[in-house]
Structures are given as C-alpha cells and as structure tokens.
Design a protein around this ligand. Structure first.
Ligand SMILES: [Zn+2]
Length: 408
C-alpha cells in the first residue's frame, strides 16, 4: 500500500495545549511502566538456579508468560478501573503507546539496526502520541477533530493529497510548537507506472551530494550547510554550560529550534531537487544501497547532514510516483569500478581518487561514471519493455503503410 505523510502546524488553545501535555505525560508513564514489567521478567530469568543474589532477587513464577503486547493490553484495561487518570486519554492512543513499546522490543529481539534494550523515557523525550484511526469526516476546513480533545485549529499550509484518504494521525510536540502528522493511504490499487524511453541514473556521490548520468554533480546548497555548521557551534557551546542550569536550558531550546530550521530547509530543497530530476527522464534508477551502514562508517557526518538515505529511499520514490516517473533500484556491485564506455572492470578506487580513467580513453568524474553505469544497468533491466513499446509502435506504423500501399 502506498502512503504519504503530511505535516501541519497545530494551533491548540491554551486549554488544549495543557491537555496534550498531560496526555504525553500519561503516555510516557504507561510506556515506562510496561517497559519495566518486561525488563523485570527478563531479569527474573537471569538468576542462577542454585543461588540467590545478595542485593535483590526478582521472583516471577516460571510459568508466567512474557508480557507481550496482548498481555499488556489486557492488563491496561484492568488498570484503568483502578487508576482514573488513565481514563483521561483515549484508549486507542494508549494502545498505540503499547504498540510502540512492543515495536522497540521486537527490534531488540530481532537485532534490527543493532538496537539495544529499550530504555526508559524522560518526559521531555516522549514527544508524540498516535491516533491509529482517523477519518475524512474528522477534518473540516482548517480544523481537525482529535477524539476526546475536540476540534483543534491547524494551519493548512498545503491541500490534502487528491485520491488519498487519511488513516493515522500523530500529534508531535516540538521546540517550535505542536504539529500533526497525517498519514494518507490510497483508496484503491493504483496501476503501476510503466517504464518509458529515457532513463537517468543517480549515484550517491562521495565528493558531491549526488551525481547524475547526464553529467551533473549536485552539491548541498550553502544555506543548508551554513545552518548546519551554526548548529554544530551551538552544540559545542552547550558542553561548557552546567547541565540543567538556566543558560543550559536556554541554549538547549535554541538548538532545538535551529534543528527544526535545518531539517525543514533541507527537506524543502530535497523535494525541489526530486522534482527537477523527474523533469529530465521517464525512468530514474538508483543504487540498491543500505545507507544505515554508511551512517556508522566513514562518511557519518556528511551523510547525516545531507540525508542522502532519506532522499533516495523516501522522497525520490514518492515524487516519482506523483509525477508518473518509473523508479527502480539496480544492483550496487562494482558500480564504481566498471567503465561506462567499454564495461571493463578498472579495479577498486581509493576514496581520494576522484577521477575514473580507463584504457579505452575515458576520463571523467568517478561519481558521474558510476551514475552512467547505474543508468545502463537500469535501462537494460527494463529494456525489453521499452523495446516492446517502441517496436509495437513501429510495427503498426509499417502495417498501416503496407495497407495503404496495397489499397492503392
Ligand atoms: Zn573503458
């Protein structure tokens, strides 16, 4: 299923803002309490069979099952009867908080993204809650009906997407105010986009942000870089302040605001870039890279700043879909080694080596050479369909001419 997330600034009244804050606090408590329950169960299984710990002992009966989502959801209903505070929050919101915890534990068990044991959250770390079900009728002009909170105004900075229906809503508290993030999904199956004739290959560059197969190197614009470096200098200042002091808190707030500015500027630029790329070709091909690995490696800082993974895996496919451009990933192996002109493998390049040189006489920027290889791979993969379209057209054209000749 296809989904898009749209974010709008919420304009709650003073009373509504207080209510949202209170909900966040309760959700945070529910999260931590249930997290504790799971951790206790785990600890109780760690004790030695033949000895007791001198400090403390967790005693949970061996036949007690692990408190998974289903167990905790049932317990939550029970807890509501004893704790009236829990009733203030809509039940689905609380359930989705438990689901969030469950997700963190599943990631931990499956060792996804090298996640550790889920931590307890500080109230200021717990910034959002989710309404898992929201309907079209919950929106009216620039107002949204949040169950149990009521109609809340929001700034409708852009129209809702056409042909999609709202499914889920998340309320987020940020340094610059409250926001809603709405997930829209398609009502019925949308036909797949068919590949067209012209193709563009895109390589996540080493020296630049991206390189295209038609020979362009695209850099991160200066205004994004400047804001990012300003952010870094503020973060350095923070180290010299006493943690928790007034000045520390003030600076912390400034940093959070600047973070918001950097992210929104960058995202805006990335969307515009995606649209520009879509203007150029019918098909766009990218490398099948796992950018999560990159973040920890050598390019960490640069990749984090430029959000290349977000661009290649989220923004570009979304814009391509909207614009009817065919988007596909190709095999990533040896793209930086193979010559785009004669297809021989020129061997591994070191990071400092910025130019691709080949015995066949080709000399060009290494990232552009890689983008060309990606374009060729993609074009070959969809080649048969493209040819069919082209040949089909020709054949009928020839047929028509023959008919005309024979009829004469
Ligand atoms: Zn060559």
């Amino acid at each position: 299923m296809l989904s898009f997330t749209f974010q709008y600034k919420l304009k709650p009244s003073q009373a509504q803002a207080t209510q949202i804050d209170e909900w966040l606090e309760i959700c945070c408590q529910v999260y931590n309490w249930n997290n504790c329950e799971r951790k206790d169960w785990l600890r109780a299984r760690k004790n030695d069979v033949n000895s007791c710990s001198l400090v403390k002992e967790y005693i949970i009966f061996p036949e007690t099952k692990f408190p998974n989502y289903n167990v905790q959801a049932v317990n939550l209903t029970q807890a509501k009867k004893e704790n009236p505070k829990l009733k203030k929050v809509q039940s689905q919101v609380l359930q989705s908080t438990l689901k969030r915890l469950d997700k963190a534990w599943t990631d931990f068990f499956e060792k996804k993204r090298k996640r550790g044991l889920p931590r307890y959250k500080q109230p200021n770390q717990f910034r959002s809650f989710i309404y898992p079900q929201i309907k079209e009728s919950d929106f009216e002009g620039n107002k949204v009906r949040l169950p149990k909170i009521g109609w809340v105004k929001f700034k409708k900075s852009r129209e809702f997407p056409v042909g999609l229906t709202p499914k889920q809503l998340r309320v987020v508290k940020k340094a610059v105010g409250y926001f809603i993030q709405i997930i829209f999904v398609n009502k019925e199956d949308v036909p797949d986009i068919m590949p067209g004739k012209t193709s563009l290959g895109i390589d996540a560059g080493i020296s630049s942000f991206i390189a295209t197969s038609d020979g362009e190197l695209i850099e991160i614009p200066l205004f994004v870089k400047k804001a990012a470096s300003k952010l870094q200098s503020l973060q350095r200042k923070l180290k010299h302040k006493i943690k928790g002091s007034n000045n520390w808190l003030k600076l912390q707030k400034r940093i959070a605001k600047l973070h918001f500015v950097v992210t929104s500027r960058r995202t805006d630029w990335l969307f515009k870039l995606a649209h520009k790329l879509c203007d150029r070709a019918d098909n766009i091909f990218v490398e099948n890279l796992d950018f999560r690995g990159w973040q920890k490696g050598l390019f960490g800082k640069q990749i984090n700043n430029s959000a290349i993974g977000k661009f290649i895996n989220q923004i570009l496919p979304m814009v391509c879909f909207k614009r009817g451009v065919y988007y596909s990933k190709v095999d990533k192996n040896y793209t930086s080694q193979i010559c785009p002109q004669c297809s021989t493998n020129t061997g591994k390049k070191s990071l400092s080596q910025r130019v691709h040189r080949c015995n066949c006489g080709v000399v060009m920027n290494r990232d552009i050479a890689a983008a060309k290889v990606i374009q060729q791979r993609g074009h070959n993969a969809v080649g048969h369909t493209v040819k069919e379209i082209a040949c089909g057209g020709d054949a009928t054209g020839v047929q028509l001419q023959l008919n005309l000749v024979s009829s004469r």
